[in-house]
Design a binder for this molecule. Structure first.
Ligand SMILES: Nc1ncnc2c1ncn2[C@@H]1O[C@H](COP(=O)(O)OP(=O)(O)O)[C@@H](O)[C@H]1O
Ligand SMILES: [Mg+2]
Length: 341
């Protein structure tokens, strides 16, 4: 009943709902079950043909956040960086920036949880058949996580995408070209779209790099050798598809205990990371400490950069303040690099 009422309301707004969760047969060339549109997403050529990169509709700059390994804090950095960028007011624009987040981690989407949007309804479609983003804390987002069927309890935590490579590639194409990033389908679009990528150098990264004009990439790593080994691979992949690497971030670099100000390098010294970045000629954008509030904020759907409670600040002591400063400085550096392009 409620679903019907929502559907009627949505129709009055000129919007339509998708049938993803109720569609029994998902087509391979249309995994998100979107209506056919005349301006179809660009296709990857079948055999070595020339690929034409295209801009994402209504998006000025695209920033990818990537890592070689999972669990290094890529999604956490992507989301907090998006908010830090949205807080900037560059002179050249004379206003705050409009920023969106696209979660391309098809098999392990975490943007819904980090944004407190796990229980959101399926996003509606515009009358032209494009998906409308879901907004929280003032930032529009899109994720495979919103398109999965809900269980009876209203959660999507148990839902899993079980797709082969071709389906993933098509879903990525639809998420890139069939989302309308304008406010409710009209008005100006985004200044920056932050794209949270899955770990590694697979189909999703290649599809993005080959089909879209990506203006910058931030590579996230942790100090352990096993994560650092993948930094080189990530940088080399982006260079192959002509995506400029904006810089690297060392996350979970150290811990500042509440009773002191000395950094404790719990996962090892940052020297190896700095050496790799220098040898590859990639700037180090920042070294972020391990902070309890960053993790609890993410689990609770409120990005740490937005939390300002005194209790949290006391608990996180010096580490929390450093984390915020580094994140904000990173946003300034990233914007300057994107603007120069
Ligand atoms: N600097 C940090 N301090 C504390 N916890 C962190 C930090 N960075 C990430 N985390 C936590 O580490 C876990 C993995 O982070 P996530 O962003 O999901 O990684 P990825 O996207 O690379 O898989 C999450 O629980 C997150 O809250
Ligand atoms: Mg992630």
């Amino acid at each position: 009943m409620a679903a019907k009422l929502i559907q009627q309301g949505v129709c009055r707004l000129g919007l339509r709902t998708r049938l993803f969760s109720s569609a029994r047969r998902i087509q391979h060339d249309n995994p998100l079950g979107l209506p056919r549109r005349p301006d179809r997403a660009p296709q990857l050529p079948r055999r070595g043909g020339l690929i034409q990169k295209r801009p994402i509709p209504h998006v000025k700059k695209v920033l990818a956040v990537a890592s070689g390994k999972g669990g290094v804090g890529k999604s956490t950095v992507a989301v907090n960086l998006a908010f830090s960028l949205a807080m900037l007011k560059p002179e050249s624009l004379g206003r705050r920036m409009r920023v969106g987040i696209l979660d391309l981690d098809i098999f392990g989407p975490s943007v819904p949880m980090l944004m407190g949007l796990q229980r959101t309804d399926e996003p509606p479609l515009t009358s032209a058949g494009a998906i409308l983003p879901v907004t929280n804390h003032g930032i529009p987002t899109m994720s495979m996580g919103y398109l999965l069927p809900k269980s009876e309890s209203g959660s999507r935590e148990d839902a899993a995408v079980v797709w082969r490579g071709l389906m993933v590639q098509k879903a990525v194409q639809q998420l890139l070209f069939d989302v309308d990033w304008r406010d409710a389908g009209h008005g100006p679009g985004l200044d920056i779209l932050v794209v949270d990528l899955p770990p590694g150098t697979g189909d999703v990264q290649l599809t993005l790099g080959q089909l879209v004009v990506v203006d910058g990439a931030v590579i996230v790593s942790t100090p352990q050798d096993v994560a650092l080994a993948d930094v080189r691979r990530g940088i080399s992949m982006f260079r192959k598809v002509s995506v400029p690497v904006t810089g690297t971030v060392l996350n979970q670099s150290y811990f500042v205990c509440p009773s002191c100000v000395t950094p404790h390098y719990v996962f090892g010294s940052p020297t190896a990371f700095r050496t790799i970045a220098t040898s590859l000629n990639v700037p180090v954008l920042g070294e972020l400490p391990l902070v309890k509030g960053v993790s609890t904020g993410g689990d609770g759907g409120v990005p740490y950069i937005l939390t300002a409670s005194k209790e949290q600040a006391d608990e996180d002591s010096a580490g929390g303040a450093v984390w915020r400063n580094v994140m904000q400085e990173m946003a300034g550096d990233v914007w300057r690099a994107l603007e120069e392009r």
